[in-house]
Each structure stands twice: as structure tokens, then as C-alpha cells.
Design a protein around this ligand. Structure first.
Ligand code: ATP
Length: 363
């Protein structure tokens, strides 16, 4: 089922704000979540991700705008009538119930023609448990499970009614790094198998990029960009999106375009024929640097970090807007750490230019 968000806005009344005025948590948000896809909603803390999810599931009413499930408008529909499964950051399982009872819980409220017999409920609970591989733990209490296992119970509980839409709000935040990686792969696998339309909220860009079919980047309640992860990474609409995606993050320099050349300081680092002369902000992805003894960009060498497959060269430049520049070079390359300086040429497709004032991408 596709989900359409049409000009969604959510304002909260200000409380204790001397200046007055409402808090706009989400502003004029329009987006279509495609049927059967996994969409990652991402942005820094407070940008309106959770509020967007709460409006989709009906726990919060939009101040303006509409929500459609398929062609059916649900903006005013009560949460329990929306057929949405949810997993939240604090996925509170009932501690006094067993895993099986926890998973069955949402099925017990079904009424009328949807009502299930005890045997049917058990069957569905086992089906959901199998999806997340916890069928051997059905008789334990949550207190007897690891954090990762508890998380899976929460996912099974959200899946047991086979929702038309699954909303996951930072579901992996309580897990350690390794389990987080494993669980996010499982979520992706389950999502592919069941083809349940899913929205996944995270502030972790790497997580969002790795499992999402589409990502939506938000800032201060406003959608900045939506698209396939690689497309947004390669062609960010503005400096905010460029900085938000990628580890290590994009390196940012003060630069200028003069007579068809891009300058960082006095170094003409790239040809940019079709741009008029102007001052610009230059973004260079870490993988955009090539060690080159004759390269135009000279930087002071601060150190070299070996990261297994690659090495990270840490350097400085007077025109860098970050304290250090991080470039990723393949491990075969030799860096002479004794000489104190390093020269780079740049890969043109890894260099992005932004308007100095608006910070919109211009190249
Ligand atoms: P995080 O990653 O920290 O969970 P988020 O992107 O999910 O953040 P939201 O929880 O949606 O952000 O909050 C967006 C904005 O709305 C924030 O400025 C927040 O303080 C405000 N906000 C959220 N809920 C309320 C509320 N009930 N009353 C007033 N303001 C609220």
C-alpha cells in the first residue's frame, strides 16, 4: 500500500517561550511512500522525524494537510483503525507476559469478523516469531532475553497483524554496534520478504543509506531532499544534505571560480568551464582526493590512519572550513609522512560546488 503525505504541517503550542509563537515541528511536508518499499526518514535530532511518524499512525493530528493510505484518506481516522504496526525506540514489552503472550497481545483486541480463536492466535504468533527467529524463546519473559532478542519480540509484535504499513522509530538504538548491523540487515530481509510498506526513522545516515530504497532528509521540519540513497549522496541539493550524508563527512573549503577554473587559495584545482566568476563553497568527498606528486592542491600532512582496506590521510589547508581534511586513499598508496606536506589532484565527480550565500548546489 502506498502512503501519500500531502502538505503535512504540525505545530505545537509554545510553552514558556517568552517570544511566543508555535513550534513548527513539521512544515508543508509532501511525499509519496511507494507501495512495498522501505523509506528511511533521517535528519538531526529535533528535525521532526518522530512527529511525522506519529501523524502517519494517527497518534498526533496534523495542524494542516492530508494523509492517504492508497486512495483512502485517513487524516481523521483513529490510530487503531489504520492497520499500522509500530516499533518505538523504547519498545516496552509487557514484563509479566511471556514472549508468546506479548506477541499475541495485539490480536486479542480484534472484534467482530476479525476475531480469532486461541489456536489461530498462536499460529499467527509463531509465524511472526519465525520471521525474526525467536520461535525458541516463546515461553521466556522479556527479563530473560538479551536487548537484541527483546527488540525482535517488539518487531514480531508489530508484524503479527500483518500490518499494511510498518513504522519503525529508531528501533535499533538500544543495540550494540554489531547487533545493530545484524538486526538492520534482518529488518531489510523481512521487509523484502513481506513487502510491507515501511518507514524507518533514524538519525544515523549510514544506517538509513544501507537499508532504504528511498531516503528523505529533513531539517527543522522541512524536507530537504528525497531519492535513492546513492542519488542523494551523489547529487545533494544543498550543503546541509551533502554534509549530513557520508562517513567520513564531506570536506568543505572556501573557494572561487575564476575564468573557468576552480580555485582553492591560489591553486587552480579543477576546470569548471560553464560557471561564471564567483565565490563558492567547495565540498570534496573523502574519496575524491588522489595522491599526486604534481597535484594542484597542497595540504599540510597531519597523519595517516590505516583502516584495513583503505588509508585515511589527515591533512590541513588554510582554506578548509573544517579543522582537518580527511581523504580516503587505497591502501596500496605510499604516503611519505616525513615530508610534512601532501599534494592531491581531485576526481571531478566528487567535487560539489555550493552558492556561498544560499548554500544551494550549483555544480
Ligand atoms: P529525535 O531524533 O531527537 O527523536 P525528531 O526528529 O524525531 O528528533 P521530533 O520529536 O519530531 O524530532 O520533534 C520535532 C520538534 O517538535 C522538536 O523541536 C520538538 O521539541 C518539538 N516537539 C515534539 N513534540 C512536541 C510536543 N508534544 N510539544 C511541543 N513540542 C514538541
Amino acid at each position: 500500500m502506498k502512503v501519500v503525505l500531502q502538505n503535512l504541517t504540525k505545530k505545537f503550542p509554545s510553552r514558556g517561550r517568552k517570544a511566543g509563537g508555535d513550534v513548527t515541528a513539521v512544515k508543508d511536508f509532501t511525499f509519496e511512500i511507494p507501495d512495498g518499499k522501505l523509506v528511511g526518514l533521517l535528519g538531526p535530532s529535533g528535525c521532526g522525524k518522530s512527529t511525522t511518524l506519529f501523524m502517519i499512525c494517527g497518534l498526533q493530528k496534523p495542524t494542516a494537510g492530508q494523509i492517504f493510505f492508497g486512495d483512502y484518506e485517513v487524516t481523521e481516522l483513529a490510530p487503531e483503525k489504520r492497520g499500522v504496526g509500530m516499533v518505538f525506540q523504547n519498545y516496552a514489552l509487557y514484563p509479566h507476559l511471556t514472549v508468546k503472550q506479548n506477541i499475541i497481545f495485539p490480536l486479542q483486541n480484534l472484534k467482530g469478523k476479525d476475531r480469532l480463536s486461541k489456536a489461530q492466535m498462536e499460529e499467527k504468533a509463531y509465524e511472526a516469531a519465525r520471521l525474526v527467529q525467536i520461535e525458541d524463546l516463546m515461553d521466556r519473559k522479556p527479563g530473560e532475553l538479551s536487548g537484541g532478542q527483546q527488540q525482535r519480540v517488539a518487531i514480531a509484535r508489530a508484524m503479527v497483524k500483518m500490518p499494511k504499513l510498518l513504522l519503525l522509530d529508531e528501533p535499533l538504538s538500544n543495540l550494540d554496534a554489531r547487533l545493530r548491523l545484524q538486526t538492520r540487515e534482518e529488518i531489510k530481509k523481512i521487509q523484502r520478504e513481506t513487502e510491507i510498506t515501511t518507514v524507518f526513522v533514524t538519525h544515523d545516515q549510514e544506517e538509513a543509506m544501507s537499508i532504504s530504497d528511498r531516503i528523505v532528509v529533513m531539517k527543522e521540519g522541512v524536507m530537504q531532499q528525497a531519492g535513492e540513497p546513492q542519488e542523494v549522496y551523489d547529487s545533494p541539493v544543498n550543503l546541509f544534505v551533502a554534509k549530513f550524508l557520508g562517513t567520513p563527512p564531506i570536506n568543505v573549503f572556501q573557494g572561487k571560480v575564476k575564468q573557468g577554473g576552480l580555485y582553492i587559495g591560489n591553486a587552480r584545482v579543477l576546470e569548471v568551464k560553464r560557471l561564471p566568476d564567483q565565490e563558492v563553497v567547495v565540498g570534496i568527498r573523502p574519496e575524491g582526493f588522489v595522491l599526486d606528486a604534481n597535484g594542484p592542491l597542497e595540504c599540510g600532512l597531519s597523519g595517516v590512519e590505516v583502516m584495513g582496506r583503505d588509508i585515511s590521510v589527515v591533512s590541513v589547508n588554510d582554506f578548509s572550513l573544517n579543522p582537518t581534511i580527511r581523504s580516503i586513499i587505497d591502501a596500496e598508496s605510499k604516503v611519505d609522512t616525513a615530508c610534512g606536506a601532501v599534494r592531491f589532484s581531485l576526481k571531478p565527480n566528487k567535487v560539489l560546488l555550493f552558492d556561498k550565500n544560499s548554500e544551494e548546489r550549483i555544480y
